[in-house]
Design a protein around this ligand. Structure first.
Ligand code: FAD
Length: 401
């Protein structure tokens, strides 16, 4: 029987396994994960789960029965240490597992804070795994001073959760504005105001010289000479794709395990999906770190493993929850050169429309599900409104559908 081995029992790995079965594949499927928990959702780790408001059961993507019913061999607490392409087998601590096709779904890990700037201190927290959330959650106690390094989505979500727990929160962002890497200034402005209104101190263009403390973090020295006190720190300065297994066997890695539109790596019969890979998108090669991408790309790769030749055409979308604001993003704004803010009913909502010249690329919708849905449908249909139309508050984009 044909044997498909999936390394990484996360969102993308599970998506591949599920789709293989849906397509009627009746060979062997092994899903191998180094974590103890069966595949689970990560988004709640910086939201409800961090607050202790979501049970482990509800964090799981599928109940354990599912794997038995679907005949998916789930190996947990099992780390793949190496791949042998010639022998077509993977090495675990205590066994070798042969494969016909191999799927790398190893995800990403938080970019570590270097030791020379205090990365080795106690009292620092990262947020990628369930265990990380279980460690951080109990530390979020009222009155403590939390320093968050990095004003990206994870940092800002943790800031919101920590405020609701009564901590004093400072977000330190090295760039000149929060969310700089992922959003336009208008979206950054919206979230800066939102956090300020909730009492979070946001410091932008604020370079960290080093975290200070005698064993345990007690503060931070900034490059400009300012000093901040801190009882604990959360590090949210981006992630690194987990490419080591691929690199060790000479598979092409460029900002992630490089795959083609079908999800194949540079090695025959070896595929990569989710956060660990970099994929072609509109002439560029990008990483998409999101649940929808893990699911959609995973499903396509399952087709291709079974010889059904399908290109993956990403339809990116994403969300983030902060306080009572739900941000929904349709599309990908890379390459934008102008934006329009569409007025909304109140100052708790707005939408930001990104264009490259006259082509709509994406929309950030803050408490604006209608704009989000509209944008998704426009992008799906490739029915771009003109910039002037969107800039006209009287214009209703729904008329284009
Ligand atoms: P992962 O889910 O990380 O799974 C990879 C798995 O592989 C891990 O369990 C890892 O331990 C395992 N693994 C790696 N190497 C090995 C090995 N050698 N042997 C065995 N196992 C191995 N996305 C959104 O769309 N919306 C959100 O709101 C959102 N919020 C997020 C909040 C947080 C705190 C985090 C961390 C992520 C969030 N994301 C969000 C991103 C989303 O969770 C990821 O894009 C998604 O999980 C990627 O799936 P993946 O399968 O590629 O990687």
């Amino acid at each position: 029987t044909r044997r498909i081995v999936i390394v990484g029992a996360g969102q993308a790995g599970l998506a591949v396994a599920m789709q293989l079965r849906r397509l009627g594949f009746d060979g062997d499927v092994s899903l191998i994960g180094e974590e103890a928990l069966p595949p689970y959702q990560r988004p709640p780790l910086s939201k409800a789960y961090l607050l202790g408001k979501l049970d482990d059961d509800r964090l799981l993507l599928k109940p354990l029965d599912f794997y038995r019913d679907q005949k998916i061999e789930l190996l947990l607490g099992a780390r793949v240490e190496a791949v042998d392409l010639a022998k077509r087998e993977v090495r675990l601590a205590e066994r070798l597992l042969p494969f016909d096709d191999l799927v790398l779904a190893t995800g990403a890990s938080p970019r570590p804070l270097p030791a020379e700037v205090g990365g080795g201190l106690a009292g620092l927290y990262y947020l990628r795994n369930q265990m990380d959330a279980l460690r951080l959650g109990p530390e979020l106690q009222s009155g403590r001073r939390l320093l968050i390094l990095g004003g990206g989505y994870i940092g800002l979500e943790v800031a919101a959760i920590a405020r609701s727990r009564g901590l004093e929160v400072t977000v330190l962002e090295m760039a000149d504005r929060i969310l700089q890497r992922v959003a336009a200034p208008q979206t950054s402005d919206f979230f800066r105001k939102l956090h300020a209104a909730h009492g979070v101190q946001i410091m932008e263009s604020a370079g960290l010289l080093r975290l200070t403390g005698n064993g345990h973090v007690s503060g931070a020295d900034l490059i400009d000479g300012r000093q901040l006190p801190a009882d604990l720190a959360v590090i949210g300065i981006g992630v690194l794709p987990r490419t080591a297994l691929a690199e060790a066997v000479g598979i092409n890695v460029e900002n992630g395990i490089r795959v083609d539109a079908r999800g194949q790596t540079s090695a025959h019969g070896v595929w990569a999906v989710g956060d660990c890979c970099s994929l072609p998108f509109e002439g560029r090669c990008i990483r998409l770190e999101s649940v929808p991408n893990a699911n959609d790309q995973g499903a396509i790769v399952a087709h291709n493993i079974l010889g059904m030749d399908r290109d993956y055409l990403p339809q990116p979308w994403f969300w983030s929850d902060q306080y009572d604001v739900k941000l929904q993003i349709a599309g990908l704004n890379q390459g934008y050169n102008r934006t329009v803010v569409r007025p909304a009913a109140d100052n708790r909502s707005q939408s930001v429309w990104y264009f490259e010249n006259d082509r709509l690329l994406s929309v950030d919708a803050m408490n604006e599900p209608r704009s989000y849905m509209l944008a998704r449908r426009l992008l799906q249909k490739n029915a771009s409104p003109r910039f002037e139309q969107i800039a006209d508050p009287e214009f209703d984009p729904a008329t284009l559908l």
